[in-house]
Unconditional design. Structure first.
Length: 306
């Protein structure tokens, strides 16, 4: 099961206790319905548990007459769709009035989401309706795809009031509100009450970041080894040039010693070269001596060319 669907399944088992939170949840479900202008008003979902939750809240909170049926999706033949149809009577009109919907997609009534608990229910309902969450194995990305710009901006305002900063963009005929920071996704899963999804997300994230850190260390170590090998090969060639031109034995004692050890150990680091001396030489001393040898060898190369 996809990570996004698992998170949604978990949310469908969270039943808002307070009536204000139930109204906030239903507001999100009604506002973000994909075909609000269609009559009779129909809510479609691929999750049986979501359909059951919506049915329960509509009946218990507003005593609405609702029907539901199961269909096969035309777009994806293997998918099952659960369709909830609401009879448009005075009770439904009262519901629309309470949730503050005019023409069904006009915006979010401020008094619906002024409490923190109601904001959490609203965000959860919106995620069930139009949200998606990438698997953290691939990338950190959570979004809500909304048709109406004003509604997307209202939603952005609600999420921002909870201490998060979702970005807004337009893509594929929808206004996409999204979060890309792992910490933000963890926080909003917690706010919605998707605690199991939050824990799974954090587990995958920790494993992924540990692997990335190991890869970085290995790559860094590989790069350092490559750098040491190239430097050692260059220095050996220059020392051999000094030897060929009978210049090696005439070097000061310190330079001559480091040159002979470098010839013997062409692929070790400056630190390891320094450990070959008694007393040991520091990395800077080794580096200084080899740099001086390279200068002398380069001068000889220059003279030979002339």
């Amino acid at each position: 099961m996809a990570f996004s669907q698992e998170a949604k399944e978990e949310l469908t088992h969270i039943i808002p206790v307070n009536k204000c939170c139930r109204i906030a949840f239903l507001t999100a479900v009604l506002l973000f319905e994909k075909e609000p202008e269609k009559k009779p008003f129909t809510i479609s979902t691929a999750l049986a548990s979501e359909a059951r939750l919506i049915l329960r809240l509509l009946k218990e909170s507003f005593s609405l007459v609702v029907h539901w049926k199961v269909e096969k999706s035309r777009r994806f033949k293997k998918d099952t769709l659960y369709k909830i149809t609401i009879e448009e009577n005075k009770d439904f009109t009262q519901l629309l009035r309470e949730v503050g919907i005019r023409s069904r997609v006009s915006g979010i009534k401020e008094e619906i989401v002024w409490k923190s608990c109601c904001k959490r229910s609203f965000i959860g309902g919106a995620f069930l309706s139009v949200g998606s969450l990438n698997s953290p194995h691939k990338s950190y990305h959570m979004e809500w795809a909304v048709k109406e710009k004003a509604l997307a901006m209202n939603m952005q305002k609600v999420i921002r009031s909870m201490g998060l900063s979702p970005a807004l963009t337009f893509r594929r005929n929808h206004y996409c509100l999204y979060l890309k920071k792992a910490d933000d996704i963890v926080k909003i899963l917690n706010l919605m009450g998707a605690y199991h999804a939050q824990l799974r997300f954090e587990e995958v994230r920790a494993l992924k970041e540990t692997k990335n850190e190991i890869h970085r260390m290995v790559n860094c170590e590989t790069a350092n080894l490559d750098k040491v090998a190239k430097a050692g090969a260059r220095q050996v060639l220059l020392i051999r040039l000094l030897k060929k031109n009978s210049q090696l034995e005439g070097l000061p004692i310190g330079l001559k010693e480091i040159a002979k050890i470098r010839l013997k150990f062409p692929d070790i680091s400056f630190k390891e070269l320094g450990m070959k001396f008694k007393p040991e030489l520091s990395k800077s001393s080794v580096s200084h001596r080899l740099a001086r040898i390279e200068e002398i060898a380069e001068e000889i190369k220059k003279q030979n060319k002339e």
